[in-house]
Design a protein around this ligand. Structure first.
Ligand SMILES: NC(=O)c1ccc[n+]([C@@H]2O[C@H](COP(=O)([O-])OP(=O)(O)OC[C@H]3O[C@@H](n4cnc5c(N)ncnc54)[C@H](O)[C@@H]3O)[C@@H](O)[C@H]2O)c1
Length: 340
């Protein structure tokens, strides 16, 4: 039976909590034994509601031991791994500390606040020989895997265009408002747009250069609106994000359009549609499961099987995503293309 400690019970931690409850209900050999959060009110189950509601509120909190300090939790409990749902600026120090204490680590995206911090995590992973995986969740989403397979297997021939968008209401829920602090979150660009940067990196690799326009909408925040053109040979690639669409009817949305020689695949309004050239469009028959559940199950199963979980999201690759995002920040700051 795997024993897990969840660190950070904010918006994402609440969603992970729901996933552990589901895994336990399903009889998966895992037990969430402890929760750690600096905010004591979390002890009673005061869950954070963000822009997507994925938490399960019917949870009995008395079954978990509660801590406000991760090191104390690690000392008191016999854990196999910690699941870090912490503000980005402390991903690296907390991941390194947990590995130093002998635990495996699942850490939410983005990997860390800088490439230097990512390197510290990789060095610690090598030094302490623990499993470390970053929750770049789109790599586990069936709709994104459908695109990756279409591209890798050349089902529709050559890829010509990638257009990505995500955005919605401003994340005003965060602890100490860290998400709107450039130094602690990197803004929308590093926190939310990073999903699309990772998708581009995962499917196409590193672009030759990036040209980014960004706008800081909230004083002190990172770029809250962003549009980036990625230079690749022969593919037109653009990704946009805007977390200032403050209308609950819009909420949150992720969209994509991948256009190939022989067909186009579009995700819009939560619907995935495949448009083969000159044939009837269709809804692909894909796994309806969401990537959050699949990635955590994959990580836990990897520990049980003693197989490195990195195949889906190698650390060098998730760090490269941060390097591309840093180039985007530099491009927006200096108003010029940045080569990679
Ligand atoms: N995969 C996704 O789609 C997705 C979506 C949202 C957020 N995230 C990521 O999840 C992480 C957390 O984001 P969030 O929106 O849940 O933020 P949040 O502010 O809602 O939650 C952070 C929690 O950590 C706690 N915390 C802060 N410092 C701590 C410490 N030193 N020790 C223990 N607890 C501490 C806070 O009290 C809070 O409950 C971020 O890295 C974010 O990018 C991922």
């Amino acid at each position: 039976m795997l024993k897990v400690g969840l660190v950070g019970l904010g918006f994402m931690g609440s969603s992970h909590l729901g996933i552990y409850k589901r895994l336990m209900d399903e009889g998966f050999p895992i037990k969430l034994v402890a929760i750690c959060d600096v905010d004591e009110s979390k002890k009673t189950g005061a869950l954070t509601k963000g822009n997507i509601d994925v938490s399960d509120k019917s949870i009995d909190f008395s079954q978990f031991n509660f801590y406000t300090d991760m090191e104390e939790m690690i000392e008191q409990e016999e854990l196999d791994y910690v699941d870090l749902c912490l503000p980005t600026f402390i991903h690296a120090p907390y991941a390194v500390k947990a590995m130093e204490k002998g635990l495996h680590v699942f850490c939410e995206k983005p990997m860390a606040i800088s490439t230097e911090a990512c390197q510290e995590m990789i060095d610690a992973r090598n030094k302490y020989d623990r499993f470390l995986m970053i929750g770049q969740t789109l790599r586990f989403f069936p709709s994104y895997q459908y695109i990756k397979e279409t591209y890798d297997q050349k089902r529709y021939g050559k890829l010509n265009e990638v257009a990505l968008f995500r955005g919605g209401t401003t994340p005003l829920w965060s602890w100490d408002n860290w998400l709107l602090d450039r130094e602690r979150s990197g803004g929308c660009l590093l926190d939310q747009h990073i999903h699309d940067v990772d998708t581009i990196n995962w499917i196409l690799g590193t672009p030759q250069s990036v040209t980014t326009q960004g706008k800081v909408y909230y004083e002190g925040s990172g770029y809250d609106l962003v549009s980036t053109n990625y230079l690749f040979d022969d593919v037109v690639v653009n990704a946009q994000d805007n977390w200032t669409i403050n209308n609950d009817d819009f909420g949150f949305e992720m969209r994509f359009r991948f256009s190939f020689d022989e067909g186009t695949i579009i995700l819009e309004n939560g619907k995935l549609v495949d448009y083969p050239n000159n044939e009837k469009s269709f809804t692909p028959d894909i796994d309806p499961e969401n990537g959050y559940y699949l990635e955590i199950k994959h990580f836990a199963q990897s520990i049980i099987d003693e197989v490195d979980p990195q195949s889906a999201a190698p650390l060098e690759s998730t760090m490269e995503t941060i390097r591309i995002a840093e180039a985007e920040v530099k491009s927006a700051d200096e108003k010029r293309p940045i080569e990679l």
